[in-house]
Design a protein around this ligand. Structure first.
Ligand SMILES: [Zn+2]
Ligand SMILES: [Zn+2]
Length: 360
């Protein structure tokens, strides 16, 4: 790894299904608080795949070629003069979005809601599937000795889950139903367990995902049927022993799918909490009467904020969330596009791309 070589191989999306590898300039440390990180591993996220397939998510449209990727861990190779917390050789998880630090949401402790956020692989900003990445030192989280760089690449989706479970204020002894058993749904279930939830139900339409959820963290699983949302909710309550309580204390939707969201509102108990973490269609048919009659607390959740990355690292370091189990495979940098295909086809839970500095 030598940034002086000038080579900064990057995986770039030109337009939908049109990708290329090319050298980008090695970033310079423009701020004394920044560090330069050689990227070792990057996980692929649903949003990366969406840009690759469609070139846009909502009003974020890829107009110029954009480097993909935002779930990365790497090794510090240079530190600015004002950096006191990191040094070359430190292994870090990269938080990939940089807020302005000056606006109302930033100063109010909700920097994930900053309107001026510069987030990796969200147009017009480049992502982390690149050789070298410059970042403010306080957005790079040192990995303890027992945590590998591969696990480090899973800190990003874990931080998403930490934020969702915090939004839900999950507390010891509670029952939590998680709709969707993709990476974020699985991690929400695992974090809920770590927060002390005693009943954690994973719900999905794919049996193999539910089998994995059971081995990973769920106390109960439920395969959604092609019946009404009310019927699915009644089945979940019966199978997870939640009938007496009238439903779950907390329901998290990590799917973004309309039927799951409807089922969520019928599964939560009177006075319970529902958090929307998954993103799907922008507008859906929503059972607002159930929300009202049960006096449900409903919240959204977007990315991660103060303390979420730090806690995610601690959950991995303490063994409370075993993110290694989610890694289905690791591919060399030059096979990045293949990895995207595998994620799109749903063959994998989480696939990592090594490098380009990491040889596998
Ligand atoms: Zn992601
Ligand atoms: Zn801001």
């Amino acid at each position: 790894m030598d940034p002086k070589s000038g080579s900064n191989l990057s995986f770039i999306l030109n337009k939908p299904h049109d990708v290329q590898f090319s050298d980008r300039p090695v970033p310079t440390l423009s701020d004394p608080h920044d560090v330069l990180v050689a990227v070792n591993y990057t996980g692929i996220c649903g949003s990366d795949v969406h840009y690759w397939q469609h070139g846009a998510i909502g009003h974020f449209v890829v107009k110029e070629p954009m480097v993909l990727g935002h779930e990365s861990a790497g090794t510090v190779v240079a530190a600015g003069a004002a950096v006191s917390t990191l040094k070359p050789g430190d292994r870090v998880a990269l938080e990939p979005g940089y807020p302005c630090r000056r606006c109302g949401p930033c100063l109010g402790g909700h920097y994930n809601l900053c309107a001026a956020m510069k987030f990796a692989a969200t147009p017009p900003y480049d992502g982390t599937l690149t050789g070298y990445w410059a970042a403010p030192a306080d957005f790079c989280y040192r990995l303890p000795d027992g945590v590998s760089l591969q696990e480090g690449a899973l800190i990003e989706p874990l931080a998403v889950a930490v934020h969702i479970v915090r939004q839900a204020s999950v507390s010891p002894g509670q029952s939590v139903v998680v709709m969707g058993a993709g990476p974020v749904g699985l991690l929400c279930a695992a974090v809920a367990r770590a927060f002390g939830a005693t009943t954690v139900v994973s719900v999905d339409i794919v049996d193999s995902k539910l089998q994995f959820a059971r081995s990973f963290c769920a106390t109960h699983v439920y395969a959604s049927q092609r019946v009404s949302a009310e019927e699915n909710a009644a089945n979940i309550k019966r199978e997870a022993g939640l009938e007496e309580a009238g439903g779950a204390d907390v329901v998290i939707d990590a799917s973004g799918a309309e039927p799951s969201i409807q089922t969520s509102l019928h599964t939560v108990r009177m006075g319970g909490t529902y958090v929307q973490g998954g993103m799907g269609k922008s507008d859906i048919n929503f059972p607002i009467m159930a929300l009202c009659l049960k006096e449900v607390t409903a919240k959204g959740s977007f990315r991660y904020g103060s303390g979420d990355y730090k806690l995610a690292v601690e959950l991995v370091a303490s063994g409370k969330v075993d993110v290694k189990k989610l890694i289905s495979g690791v591919v060399p940098f030059k096979e990045a596009e293949n990895a995207f295909k595998k994620v799109k086809e749903g063959e994998v839970i989480k696939i990592l791309i090594a490098g380009p500095n990491e040889k596998i």
